[in-house]
Write a protein that binds this ligand. Structure first.
Ligand SMILES: NC(=O)c1ccc[n+]([C@@H]2O[C@H](COP(=O)([O-])OP(=O)(O)OC[C@H]3O[C@@H](n4cnc5c(N)ncnc54)[C@H](OP(=O)(O)O)[C@@H]3O)[C@@H](O)[C@H]2O)c1
Length: 242
């Protein structure tokens, strides 16, 4: 039984993860500690894997606690978005101490979109098309552009990701839409992903945590892992060797 610590348990994502853990995944894992605003974070560190669906400043506090503790650390699946370069440096330190995966989007559909963009954006650029991204989310979202949009910018242009023209819309209760249109002189090509149910992210977080808990550590690469490591490793059950 995999023992999960959940940071951000009362939020939109945390509530769904709790429900899936108690139902669909109850034979594989149990949530042994959870934290919302005001709760102590130390109890989370006794878990096998921590899933973070809070916000970077909160996860930063937990990462600092973990690094201070230093040994017998849980593994980390970090899903909060809006990380600063300093915050990412801290996650790199954490990844050096214990397997740590960071994903701006746990859905397999967005991973597929990212792969398609990596494959085709260079070709479209050579053909003269210019990419423009529109991302839409609910009005409660704190960061813009979304973490997913930033990831997709990197898939389109790994050298100058911030130069990919990106527009953020915050309206209603939109779960998460990402649309990339490549504009040519006389036509357009559009690739897009529309989340219809937040459960795709919650299920992805749990499946990733289950993988991280059981993956072999011998090849632990000490870098921050990502969804590509997860999908690649489904073939071999190894950690970050791809
Ligand atoms: N990777 C992905 O696939 C994915 C998908 C969707 C969202 N996200 C990201 O996941 C994060 C959460 O999204 P959400 O929509 O679930 O947000 P949310 O509904 O606002 O939930 C945030 C959670 O964080 C907790 N929290 C806030 N401040 C805290 C503190 N100081 N100490 C401990 N807990 C604290 C909240 O507790 P209270 O309820 O007590 O305030 C709540 O449980 C965001 O960063 C979002 O961008 C990632």
């Amino acid at each position: 039984m995999i023992r999960i610590g959940l940071l951000g348990s009362s939020g939109r994502m945390g509530t769904l993860i709790t429900s899936l853990a108690q139902n669909e995944f109850k034979s594989d894992l149990e949530i042994i500690a959870m934290a919302r605003k005001g709760d102590p974070l130390d109890p989370l560190l006794s878990a096998d894997v921590i899933i973070d669906v809070s916000f970077p400043p909160v996860m930063t506090q937990l990462a600092n606690l973990a690094l201070k503790k230093g040994k017998d650390l849980p593994r980390f699946v970090v899903g909060s978005t809006g990380w600063s370069p300093e915050g990412l440096c801290l996650l790199e330190k954490l990844a050096g101490a214990t397997p740590t995966l960071l994903s701006t989007n746990f859905s397999s559909g967005v991973f597929a979109l990212s792969m398609m963009l990596k494959e085709y954006a260079p070709l479209f650029k050579k053909m003269g098309y210019v990419p423009v991204m529109i991302e839409k989310h609910h009005i409660h979202k704190k960061d813009a552009p979304s973490g997913t949009a930033r990831t997709l910018q990197g898939s389109i242009d790994p050298v100058h990701p911030a130069q990919v023209q990106t527009h953020s819309v915050r309206a209603g209760e939109v779960i998460g839409d990402h649309e990339v249109t490549f504009y040519g002189a006389g036509d357009q090509i559009t690739l897009s992903h529309h989340a219809q149910d937040r459960t795709i992210f919650a299920r992805g977080a749990i499946e990733t945590a289950r993988w991280l808990a059981t993956a072999k550590t011998s090849s632990h690469s000490h870098r921050i892992l990502g969804m590509s490591d997860y999908f690649e490793s489904l073939k071999t059950n190894s950690l970050g060797v791809s």
